[in-house]
Unconditional design. Structure first.
Length: 663
């Protein structure tokens, strides 16, 4: 056994600078393709085509190209050609002796899209698209036609196979042609491009920019006999997204006479938006959104702006027509079953992840909402029969949803009877969970004040006795036997573990309300640990909150304010009560506060401040590492191994100041 420890120590001691790797050029892409295209699966394979096609589309959107060719060869080679300006072939000033073309193809984060000098809007934003395609192709050829001259260069797995060569003679065209074949070492021998996916990609690009003509072709032998995908087709749609929507709907009936469609330039040259929305009679909708011609399947801020504008328009029309039944219509009623197409062109968009699945630019929501809202108001008022038909359907959906909720009322009331906690749970009078909240309060004294301070219609109070069980270190038997946890689970009604269901949650918000001191923080930590371990969905779906009761009351004459903690107290003293004699009262607990004070500072929704408890989503690849760190931290601080807590205290003791210790 001692030899094992000696060998392990010897290996650890051998860790030196020689073990540190520095990946040069495009080697990081080949070693970790998932960081750049999301993986090596079928979706990632087709993403290579999207990257090259996006570059050609950027030339078209910028007004320099009118035609793009997309071709799939019988051997799986992709060809993308545009008649734009052509990638620059002169030497790059930062790399003497190397053309700008070679720099773009061999250097990550290089290109003409990091500023607005060359492209006002673009889909390829990270400067990695073409270089990543080059790195992940076993062969790639690029041709550039500029000033009636043709230049060619060949690559393999990101490495030039020779210098950029000028071909003899003159050519009567211009633009860039890229031919590439994906590397089987990366994607596997069985990887194949699917013609129908590439055709749909080309067709969607043509819909998104009215001025471009995309010529699609593939070898007929690649198409199944019953394929609806043509071997060749010229794609050009002057009607833009409205053509797209009409083609998607075809013979399906809609609630309105015509779709709601339009386009608008954003003020100040900030870009533009185009949209087309229909409400099919069969309620089978879809949502396809784009930014700078790049699909955003997870939506984002531009989609949020469109949905907000539609909701505001419906609410405004309901007020205009005095339709009181429309008061319960929600966002999901308005857009959940609609056919939505939205395309925006904006400068320097921010995406979540390199694959650009979701737009994260905050300003896009405001711009789109402002652009769509007035158009939607005019569209509704310009076709009253369509507007009324749409409104009637939305009201029906809202009322049907209300009936479904009422059908759950008996089950909810039955759950209340099963609790049998007349001395503990003070339930609210509203039956539906929407707009209701339950406060988890430490102790009967605080619970008594909270019961007097609450809004009886929407606020329930559940007092808990002292510190609840630490579920991270307790056995299953202890958890089952713990009365406080059993009361809590029954009060919420949503079950735990695999039996958890948000649909059964009896309150919209679960609020932990503890004293503003160390003991209160400890109780809140225990409760959050319980929810994190046994009801993670409660946190992930945004139902768990922390109340922020004050620790101090500061008075001077008739003026009184409340401070959350010591730092807030000093801030108020300096700004509000400068050079004035004040009286400072420290609340020892919530039970000491008068009901009116508790309501004013902590429970009144119009005045209080709540902190929503959030955790990283383990299902999201970008948040997976952070989720694992959260799990590890909870285990260290709350788990069964005291040595992990002791180590955490040792590592972080240096950050504690003497005045942070509550004595």
């Amino acid at each position: 056994m001692s030899d094992l420890f000696e060998n392990t120590a010897r290996k650890a001691d051998s860790y030196s600078a020689q073990d540190i790797e520095v990946l040069e050029g495009l080697e990081p892409v080949r070693r970790r393709p998932g960081m750049y295209i999301g993986g090596t699966d079928d979706r990632a394979l087709h993403h290579l085509v999207a990257e090259v096609l996006d570059n050609a589309m950027d030339e078209a959107v910028a007004g320099h190209a009118t035609r793009i060719d997309l071709e799939l060869g019988v051997d799986g080679t992709i060809m993308v050609r545009d008649n734009g300006r052509g990638i620059p072939i002169d030497d790059h000033p930062k790399y003497p002796g190397k053309s700008a073309l070679e720099v773009i193809l061999t250097t990550l984060h290089s290109g003409g899209k990091f500023s607005n000098k060359v492209y006002e809007t673009s889909g390829g934003l990270h400067g990695v698209g073409l270089s990543v395609v080059n790195a992940l192709s076993d062969r790639l050829t690029v041709e550039v036609a500029r000033e009636r001259q043709l230049y060619v260069q060949h690559y393999s797995r990101g490495t030039p196979q020779g210098p950029l060569a000028k071909q003899g003679g003159t050519v009567n065209r211009r633009g860039t042609t890229v031919r590439f074949h994906p590397d089987a070492e990366i994607f596997g021998e069985a990887a194949r491009f699917e013609p129908h996916r590439l055709y749909r990609m080309a067709r969607s690009k043509a819909y998104l920019y009215r001025g471009v003509e995309i010529r699609w072709s593939c070898d007929p032998s690649l198409l199944p006999e019953d394929s609806a995908t043509p071997a060749q087709e010229t794609l050009h749609f002057p009607g833009g997204l409205l053509d797209y929507l009409n083609n998607a709907l075809r013979d399906r009936k809609s609630l309105t006479r015509t779709p709601f469609a339009g386009q608008m330039e954003f003020p100040g040259g900030q870009g533009r938006a185009e949209w087309a929305v229909a409400w099919p009679d069969d309620d089978e909708g879809f949502s396809h959104t784009y930014c700078n011609t790049v699909p955003t399947p997870q939506g984002g801020t531009h989609e949020a702006g469109l949905r907000a504008a539609l909701m505001r328009g419906i609410k405004g029309y309901a007020e205009l027509t005095n339709n009181k039944r429309a008061g319960q219509i929600t966002h999901d009623d308005v857009t959940g079953d609609a056919c939505i197409l939205l395309s925006v062109f904006i400068r320097e968009p921010q995406f979540q992840g390199q694959t650009k699945d979701k737009l994260a630019t905050p300003e896009a929501q405001r711009l789109v909402e402002a652009a769509v809202k007035d158009h939607f108001d005019h569209w509704l008022s310009g076709d009253l029969s369509s507007a009324n038909a749409l409104m009637e359907r939305l009201v029906e959906k809202a009322e049907e949803r209300a009936r479904r909720k009422q059908s759950k009322e008996m089950a909810r009331k039955s759950a209340t009877r099963r609790l049998r906690l007349p001395g503990k749970l003070a339930d609210c009078s509203r039956n539906a969970p929407e707009g209701t909240e339950i406060f988890l309060v430490e102790g009967d004294s605080a619970g008594g004040s909270a019961k007097q301070a609450r809004n009886r219609e929407t606020q329930a109070i559940l007092p808990l006795r002292g510190k609840i069980l630490n579920v991270a270190s307790a056995s299953v038997d202890k958890m089952k036997a713990n009365q406080e946890l059993n009361d809590l689970v029954l009060a919420l009604g949503c079950g735990v573990g695999k039996d958890f269901s948000t649909d059964k949650l009896r309150y919209e918000r679960v609020i932990i309300m503890t004293d503003a001191d160390v003991d209160g923080a400890h109780i809140a930590s225990l409760l959050m640990t319980f929810f994190y371990r046994e009801m993670p969905g409660l946190i992930q779906q945004g139902h768990l909150y922390l109340a922020l009761p004050p620790l101090y009351r500061i008075s001077a004459g008739a003026k009184s304010v409340y401070a959350r903690d010591d730092a807030h107290r000093e801030e108020l003293m300096a700004k509000t009560f400068k050079n004035r004699k004040v009286e400072i009262s420290r609340f020892k607990g919530l039970g000491e506060m008068m009901p009116a004070q508790l309501r004013e500072t902590t429970m009144d929704p119009s005045r209080r401040t709540l902190l929503r408890v959030v955790v990283p989503n383990v299902a999201d690849p970008e948040e997976r590492a952070e989720s694992e760190r959260t799990r590890s931290l909870v285990e260290s601080l709350m788990g069964r191994k005291p040595e992990l807590r002791f180590r955490f205290i040792q590592d972080n003791a240096k950050f504690v100041r003497a005045d942070d210790i509550d004595v």
